[in-house]
Design a protein around this ligand. Structure first.
Ligand code: HEM
Length: 403
């Protein structure tokens, strides 16, 4: 078995669309990722994806952006306990609450202990998904811990959330509750469709935990990168630039898209060849070979993004047909279902924008709200990148508000 790698943007984009390449990034993370959407292939994947896409409708995005995100922002900012804060830590709090909302997991008692438990669970699921990156001797211990975390997630959060939703679904079936009264989340869709999708309880549990992970983990790090770029840009552009960003949320959204391009949440996608085939760059892959699709390199391809592709440039003009975020959200059969939620949609050039109804996406909404709240780098303590993992993430990012 060989490992082949693609790095040019066009080759990576084309490879992600090839039906003979099957998901392989999570092969070692089966304890959490076995038969969740992103690891399925072919017909089974298509059916489940179609069912789950029903959650992500226009009215869902609207409610989420205009009700859920502002409420969560308020709640997390009010609960801060000191004058020193950490951006990564704040990011976890925002995203945990937001991801629970679309996964369909109810908070049970809203205590600080519960929040700490959920953040711990999220970090653990992150370890599980990328378990392939753990050293050999550490794998077994990591598996046992993940199992325990999944059991606790099941007992404390999944079971009561599923029971509440099942009771509501039963009422709809009995004609005593209107269908529109059901929660708009992934767990409700899965429970409603479990016969058609042939799901057993364990699969619904893992799928819900996967959504919690897919939605929150990625966005925590995207938020830290976006705020870092905005603050660093303000430092280089001078004092007044900060206020220009606060006054222009659409510009902040463009900043965030440029930041998404530079920092895909996973630097690579990984696929396994299901048959012998020629890859888009002409390399010959044999059945079972691993193909690394290097999203980070592809998004820095100078042929597509210009000679300054490695730099942060929010005024960058991209070629027609290429997304400002590059392939950070994937493309093809596994293209991210949460892209609109996380990134919103950029205005169409030349068309007027209604700010009240425009969809900014979670990361831009929060980046702008943090700037409006006066976020600054802590002058006394420098941020630190996590050197221990291949993913480029901030380990800590001390900040202050309104200093
Ligand atoms: C910063 C934000 C995010 C980034 C950068 C991101 C990135 C990605 C990427 C690269 C993939 C494709 C993986 C592959 O091809 O192997 C993907 C798939 C997926 N993402 Fe996201 N994602 C983000 C946020 C979200 C959110 C908020 C949700 C949940 C609502 C979500 C749900 C999913 C799902 C369900 C899939 C699997 C789709 C499928 O296999 O059919 N993501 N994401």
């Amino acid at each position: 078995m060989n490992t082949l790698e693609l790095t040019r943007f066009e080759d990576c984009e084309a490879a992600l669309k090839l039906p003979d390449l099957k998901q392989a990034l999570y092969d070692e993370g089966a304890i959490l990722m076995d038969r969740v959407l992103v690891t399925l292939h072919g017909e089974e994947h298509l059916q489940r994806r179609r069912a789950e896409m029903r959650v992500f409708r226009r009215d869902f995005f609207k409610r989420y952006e205009h009700e859920v995100i502002p409420q969560v922002f308020e709640e997390v900012m009010t609960a801060r306990d000191g004058e020193r804060d950490d951006l990564v830590d704040l990011g976890y709090r925002f995203m945990v609450y937001l991801a629970l909302a679309f996964a369909g997991i109810d908070r049970q008692d809203n205590t600080a202990e519960e929040m700490a438990t959920l953040v711990g669970m999220l970090r653990m699921f992150g370890v599980a998904a990328t378990r392939g990156q753990a050293k050999d001797g550490e794998r077994e211990a990591a598996t046992a811990e993940v199992r325990e975390t999944l059991d606790e997630f099941d007992r404390r959060f999944f079971t009561p959330s599923a029971e509440r939703r099942q009771a509501l679904i039963d009422e709809v079936r009995a004609g005593t509750l209107a269908e529109e009264a059901l929660p708009m989340d992934v767990l409700t869709v899965l429970l409603k469709d479990d016969d058609d999708l042939e799901l057993v309880r364990d699969m619904v549990l893992r799928e819900t935990a996967f959504y919690f992970l897919a939605g929150a983990h990625t966005s925590v790090h995207s938020l830290s990168h976006a705020v870092d770029h905005a603050l660093t840009w303000c430092e280089s552009e001078g004092n007044e630039s900060y206020q220009t960003l606060v006054d222009d949320p659409l510009r902040v959204q463009r900043f965030v898209h440029e930041s998404f391009r530079l920092h895909p949440s996973s630097p690579v996608s990984k696929r396994r060849a299901m048959t012998d085939l020629t890859l888009p760059d002409g390399q010959e892959a044999r059945e079972d070979d691993i193909v690394i699709i290097n999203l980070r390199e592809a998004n820095r391809d100078t042929d597509v993004f210009g000679t300054d592709a490695v730099l942060f440039n929010p005024d960058r003009e991209v070629k027609a047909g290429v997304s400002e975020t590059g392939i950070t959200f994937g493309i093809g059969m596994h293209a991210c279902l949460g892209k609109n939620l996380a990134a919103g949609t950029l205005p169409v050039p030349g068309r007027p924008v209604q700010l009240e109804t425009h969809q900014f996406g979670t990361v831009a909404w929060l980046t702008h709200a943090l700037l409006a709240a006066g976020i600054r780098k802590d002058p006394g303590e420098a941020p630190e990148l996590d050197q221990a993992i291949a993913r480029e993430t901030w380990l800590k990012y001390p900040v202050r508000f309104n200093v």
